[in-house]
Design a protein around this ligand. Structure first.
Ligand code: NAD
Length: 484
């Protein structure tokens, strides 16, 4: 392990029932630094037996002290955890930067968001309740919101801390126990978080972490009959497999599968306000963001101005290792670098109007130059498929109807934004555009944890974040009492 990476736990182990244990098979996977390509350690390669142990621990824990805590007591543990995460934000950011290749400032924002999720769900735990229902004379009817039981969480490598915060945080607040399978490419902050949760007073077995490969530990978690709910974030292809596995056990699934999110810029937009968002929303985390804005739709009256301003911003983008903390870091893996390079090859016949510069990019790191294409047809692969790299396309349009048709013209529907000063148009388009979140004259609204988030179409189903996530992590029971 390099001296740059300072861990207080052993990532070649799993955390099961409150104990750090080596995987039953004794196997490990390499820990690769995306900024250098160097092998800097080993992580656990958990498999079916480890998942089985983790599910058993989570099942036991829900019948132990955790199951008897009041909602307020559960909330207090999350609030303590929130303070601990905030206090160690710099340590977590450094670990994440090295593990994911994310520029340090962006990694720190993720750690702060994780603390905020724990704060939000800690505060919400005792505000989640059922309802009374007026019914026939002689009856009192009410609903109870009960935890599912053991929840499985499969997390990708792009935003481990934020995705753990929004799924595990909500699941715990609602009284569930958890088995977390982080991504094989980035599992360190998941282990760090679970260790901190134990120190915050979370009873043993309530949160178990089993790192490992998707096809082994991930598939075993989805297939396990003792899991009562699955939350998955990742690719469409894997999401389909996860849903099929869950269907065999008839358990609910939340799928968050990415997107091809548009920003739609009209002639009457405040361009000064829009321009920073247009590029930043595409290159943050090197474009490896499910809600990345990879399509910029621009009305013809301001098209040349917008393209020129975005191109100038691209020319100034600096690319380098995570700890150099520039605009854009490396991609997560060689595999991802090859996928993004393949898309750039497909754009050879298109007009490249701006590219970032490699300024601190060690040989062996998974770097690509951020690239802006203009004048792209909506039917082109670069305008249709999720690239998951720092690549954006600009697409011209004439009028509102055409803008809506292009915006809705992919399989996805995660996020969209409308830039216009016309209030009626803002309202019309917010209804017509197919997306789980629509932003007006901004993009992302600062990522607020309070804002329900999730997709339409192949972006998935179910909602995380906000109170909606708490409803998703509970099952509703109706009680009808006849008392005459
Ligand atoms: P993936 O879907 O293969 O991996 C995501 C998570 O699922 C990882 O923890 C992985 O171990 C696990 N997994 C893989 N196969 C599994 C299986 N059969 N059963 C259960 N779990 C399994 O994604 P990837 O290969 O890491 O990335 C490929 C593409 O996925 C990217 O190019 C991107 O388009 C998309 N992606 C989207 C998001 C998002 O936030 N929506 C995140 C990461 C990746």
């Amino acid at each position: 392990m390099t001296s740059e990476l300072q861990l207080w736990f052993d990532p070649s182990k799993c955390l099961i029932a409150g104990e750090w244990v080596a995987p039953v098979g004794g196997q490990v996977l390499p820990l690769i630094d995306p900024s250098t390509g160097q092998d800097i350690g080993a992580i656990a390669r958990g498999q079916e037996a480890d998942i089985a142990a983790a599910v058993a621990a989570a099942e036991a824990a829900r019948h132990g002290p955790w199951g008897r805590l009041s909602a307020a007591e559960r909330g207090r543990i999350l609030l303590t955890l929130s303070r601990m995460v905030a206090a160690r934000a710099d340590d977590l950011a450094r670990i994440e930067a090295i593990d994911v290749g994310k520029p340090l400032k962006q990694a720190r924002a993720d750690a702060v968001a994780l603390a905020r999720y724990c704060e939000f769900y800690g505060g919400a735990a005792d505000k989640l309740h059922g309802q009374t229902i007026p019914y026939m004379d002689g009856y009192t009817v009410y609903t109870l919101r009960e935890p599912h039981g053991v929840t499985g969480h499969i997390v990708p490598w792009n935003y481990p801390m934020q995705i753990i915060g929004r799924s595990v945080g909500a699941a715990l607040a609602a009284g569930n126990t958890c088995v977390l399978k982080p991504a094989e490419d980035a599992c360190l902050t998941a282990l760090a978080f679970a260790d901190m949760a134990k120190a915050a007073g979370l009873p043993d077995g309530v949160l178990n972490v089993v790192p490992g490969l998707g096809a082994e530990a991930g598939a075993a978690l989805c297939a396990h009959p003792g899991v009562h709910h699955i939350s998955f974030t990742g690719s469409v292809q894997t999401g389909v497999q996860v849903q099929m596995a869950a269907a065999r056990n008839v358990v609910p699934v939340t799928l968050e599968l990415g997107g091809k999110s548009p920003q739609v810029v009209f002639d009457d937009a405040d361009l000064e306000a829009a321009l920073p968002f247009l590029v930043n929303a595409g290159i943050q985390n090197a474009g490896q963001t499910c809600s990345a804005s990879s399509r910029i739709l621009v009305q013809r009256g301001v098209y040349d101005r917008v393209v020129a301003a975005m191109a100038a911003r691209y020319q100034g983008l600096q690319v380098g290792s995570a700890l150099a903390d520039l605009d854009v870091g490396p991609l997560i893996s060689r595999k991802q670098q090859a996928i993004v390079s393949g898309f750039l090859d497909q754009g050879q016949d298109l007009q490249i109007v701006g590219q970032g510069q490699l300024v601190n990019a060690p040989n062996g790191g998974n770097f690509v130059r951020p690239t802006l294409f203009a004048g792209v047809a909506p039917s082109h692969a670069l305008a249709r498929d999720e690239i998951f790299g720092p690549v954006q396309v600009v697409i011209p349009f004439d009028d509102e109807d055409e803008a809506v048709a292009i915006a809705n013209g992919t399989d996805y529907g995660l996020v969209a934004s409308i830039w216009s000063r016309d209030g009626a148009r803002q309202m019309r388009l917010a209804r017509k555009i197919r997306a789980g979140q629509v932003f007006i004259n901004n993009y992302g609204a600062g990522g607020g944890v309070e804002l329900p988030f999730g997709g339409m179409g192949k972006s998935g189903h179910g909602r995380e974040k906000g109170f909606e996530a708490l409803y998703g992590f509970t099952v509703l029971k109706t009680v009808a009492a006849y008392h005459g």
